[in-house]
Every structure is written in structure tokens, then in C-alpha cells.
Design a protein around this ligand. Structure first.
Ligand code: URA
Length: 433
């Protein structure tokens, strides 16, 4: 087989066979195909697309490029959740303990943040002592005993995706729906949970800019998941404004703790309850109404907080943060910005918020950057809220006043105030089953 011929076939919209795709993925992973040829094939996919069958075959070939976990030792139906990424997206930290408190099993491998989106692993590592690198045996045992465990991607899972993703980042071939689908689903399938819930985001802070594009990606991922024998659903959600009031690692952990303690509630809480309910439905715990009620009860009773406490303790973290969030890393400086006029908040540009937080050191521009866990922003108001001149809009946290002021200048432009209340967009656009 010749890579040249496969590039030409994809360029001419001639579908590749399963054997051809498996050969391509295996040869590239083993170093037998040079980066320039693989880049040409990725660009052909980006421009011409792949059929559903080709996407499923590519996904399975990528899954099989490395190890696949055997989760049968957990002893129950396992459910995984994946978000396509967004600003302030800390739903995993709420959803995993809620589902565990309802008797579900959530073995989760998450990523670190790169660029303007945050990563769940960085958020968890802001908890003093928290370890995200456990052995596979510890990962399975903790999920069996507590119901949830969140660790960093480890071992030799989907090496094909690691190599392909690095190349896509360099060759402007990230935003291709079949390539995103194969990248995400190969990792989910290699982890091996019985059920997969996908949170596919659209908006200014997401890969997919419109709900229609998000729907195409969601349907493709659900089809591929089902073809691989999984219970799979996708929820299409809005990412035009950041999720919740806090953005930044320790600030986001503090926000989820205050929600699990019943001290705050906003659209992040509602989305997390909806996602948890869908995960419980997939796990066979009941219909969506029963599962939503179970999730709500786990939250309000404090049982979900107990699960988070148990998970933090099991992963060597300081579980006392659940009682006192001041134990989390704190920024040295803060700057509060107030509204200059009366009106309604008409928008909070999430991509700009992500970039402002990156400037504060809350994220990484390169893989080896260190993170300032205490840095970030807390919003005092959400889109649609009425504000008056002089009201606090947001507070920026960072290691110096000048860094805070730079971020504040960017955020001032990201938060728009108008005279009319904006139309409220529902957080969930559609569920794809
Ligand atoms: N996240 C992934 O894991 N892969 C992609 O291609 C895009 C987002």
C-alpha cells in the first residue's frame, strides 16, 4: 500500500477501506509514514471530509493503536462523560460526585488545558496534594469503592491520536468534524466505559461556532459510539458565555464546592444536573425525570459533597478544602471592575475571558508552562442581569496588580452592557440519542 495513493483517494472523495485506514494509522504510529505525508492526508480529510463508515473505521483503528482498559473489575455499569471543551467548564467536578452518590460508576481520564481552554486535571491539581496519576489498579479500585475517580490520561492509550493531534495543531487541521470525532471517540473507546455522554459545545468559546455544526459533530460521535457497541448520547450546549461565575483553576474548584454545599446555584448547576441525569439514564437507573430527581437529591442532601470529599482524600488531596475553600491556592492581588452605566449584561465573550485568564497565568500556551492556580476571574453577574453604574461586574485575581489590570482591560471589552435585556438562550439546545 502507498500513502500517496491513499492521499489521492481521499482528495478525490473515493472512500478508503477499513484495511487501508488501519494500515495508514498503524504505519504512521510506528513511524513508517513521514509527517509531511500524514499532514497531506489530514488536509485532504479537512477539505473533503470522510464518510460515516470511514470515520468509524478510523476511530477504531486509532483506538487499537495502543492499550485498551478492561473496566470489568469495577463490577457495575460504567459511564464516562466528555466535553468538547469550554471556558469555565468544570461540570466533571460536579457530575462525577453526583452520579457516584446515585450509585453510578464514573472512571474518568481527563486532559490538561492548553491554550485558552482549561483542563479538569489542572483544576484538580490546584487542590493541595491531589494526585492525578494513579496506577490502573488504583484507578479501578477507587471507582469500585467510591464510585468516581478522575486521573490524567496515562499509559499507552491511543498513541495514534497523540501523534496525529500534534500534527493537526501545526498544520491547521484541527477543526475537521471527522478528525475531531475520531480523536475524541478513540480515547473514549480505549478507556472502555459501557456508556458515554458527550457534551458538545457551540459558541464563541468552542470549536463549533453554531448549534447546527455542533449537531453534525454530536450525531457523528453518537453513531460511532453506537457502532462500537456503547450506550451513547450527546447534549448540545451553549458556550457563548463562560460556564458558572468563576474561571481559573482554584476559583473553579471553590465554585463547585460552594454549589455542593448548597451556597450557590446558577446555570452551571442546572447543566451539571441535566448531564448527571443523562448519565444515570444511560447507566440504567431510571427515566430522565427520575434520574434528574435523584441527581437533585444527591446535590441538596450533601451526599455528592461527601463523594467529592472521599475522592479528594483517596487521591491524597487536602479534603478539608470542602469545608474551607481558603485552603486552596489564593492569588496575591485582585482588581474589581465596576459598571460604568446602567443597563443589562448583553454578552460575556467566553473566548476573550479564556485569553484574559491565559494572560494571568491560569493556563498554558506551551505544554511545559507552569500554572498560577490562584489566578482567574469571578463574575458578579451573568448575561441578562440588570446592573447599575458602580455595581461590581467582575474581580480579577493574579500575581501582580499590573497583570490583573491588563486582564481587566481585556475583560472590560468582553463584557457588554446594553439598554435592552437580551433574549435568553437555553443552555441545552438539543439532545442527540
Ligand atoms: N479534543 C480532542 O481530544 N480532539 C480533538 O480533535 C478536538 C478536541
Amino acid at each position: 500500500m502507498q500513502t500517496y495513493d491513499l492521499i489521492q483517494k481521499t482528495r478525490r472523495l473515493e472512500p478508503l477501506t477499513e484495511t487501508e485506514l488501519r494500515w495508514l494509522v498503524r504505519s504512521f504510529t510506528e513511524g513508517g509514514i513521514p509527517d509531511y505525508m500524514m499532514s497531506a492526508w489530514l488536509m485532504a480529510v479537512c477539505c473533503q471530509g470522510l464518510t460515516i463508515e470511514e470515520t468509524a473505521n478510523l476511530t477504531l483503528a486509532m483506538r487499537d493503536s495502543g492499550d485498551c482498559l478492561d473496566l470489568s473489575g469495577i463490577g457495575g455499569v460504567t459511564v464516562d462523560k466528555h466535553s468538547t471543551g469550554g471556558i469555565g467548564d468544570k461540570t466533571t467536578l460536579l457530575v462525577a460526585p453526583i452520579v457516584a452518590a446515585c450509585g453510578g460508576f464514573v472512571p474518568k481520564m481527563s486532559g490538561r488545558g492548553l491554550g485558552f481552554t482549561g483542563g479538569t486535571i489542572d483544576k484538580l491539581e490546584s487542590i493541595p496534594g491531589f494526585s492525578t496519576s494513579l496506577s490502573t489498579e488504583e484507578f479501578l479500585a477507587q471507582t469500585r469503592e467510591i464510585g468516581c475517580c478522575v486521573i490524567a490520561q496515562s499509559g499507552n492509550l491511543t498513541p495514534a491520536d497523540k501523534k496525529m493531534y500534534a500534527l493537526r495543531n501545526l498544520t491547521a487541521t484541527v477543526d475537521s468534524i471527522p478528525l475531531i470525532c475520531a480523536s475524541i471517540m478513540s480515547k473514549k473507546l480505549a478507556l472502555g466505559a459501557d456508556c458515554i455522554l458527550l457534551d458538545v459545545k457551540y459558541g464563541s468559546g468552542a470549536f463549533m461556532k453554531t448549534p447546527q455544526e455542533a449537531e453534525i459533530l454530536a450525531s457523528l460521535m453518537v453513531d460511532v459510539g453506537k457502532a462500537a457497541g456503547k450506550q451513547c448520547r450527546a447534549v448540545i450546549t451553549d458556550m457563548n458565555a463562560p460556564l458558572g461565575a468563576n474561571v481559573g483553576n482554584a476559583l473553579e474548584v471553590a465554585e463547585i464546592i460552594s454549589m455542593l454545599r448548597g451556597e450557590s446555584r446558577n446555570t452551571l448547576t442546572e447543566l451539571s444536573l441535566a448531564l448527571a441525569a443523562q448519565m444515570l439514564v444511560l447507566s440504567g437507573k431510571g427515566d430522565v425525570i427520575e434520574c434528574r430527581r435523584m441527581a437533585e437529591e444527591a446535590l441538596t442532601s450533601g451526599r455528592a459533597l461527601d463523594k467529592l470529599r472521599a475522592m479528594i482524600a483517596a487521591q491524597h488531596g487536602d479534603a478539608a478544602v470542602c469545608d474551607d475553600v481558603q485552603r486552596l491556592p489564593q492569588a496575591k492581588e485582585r482588581v474589581t471592575v465596576t459598571a460604568e452605566s446602567d443597563g443589562f449584561i448583553t454578552g460575556i465573550q467566553s473566548e476573550e475571558v479564556g485569553l484574559a485568564c491565559l494572560g494571568l497565568g491560569a493556563g498554558r500556551t506551551a505544554g511545559h508552562d507552569t500554572i498560577d492556580f490562584g489566578a482567574g476571574v469571578t463574575f458578579a453577574h451573568f448575561v441578562g442581569d440588570e446592573v447599575h453604574a458602580g455595581d461590581a461586574l467582575f474581580t480579577v485575581y493574579g500575581s501582580s496588580v499590573s497583570l490583573c489590570e491588563q486582564a481587566a482591560a481585556r475583560l472590560r471589552k468582553a463584557v457588554t452592557i446594553g439598554t435592552e435585556a437580551p433574549e435568553q438562550v437555553p443552555m441545552i439546545y438539543r439532545i442527540v440519542e
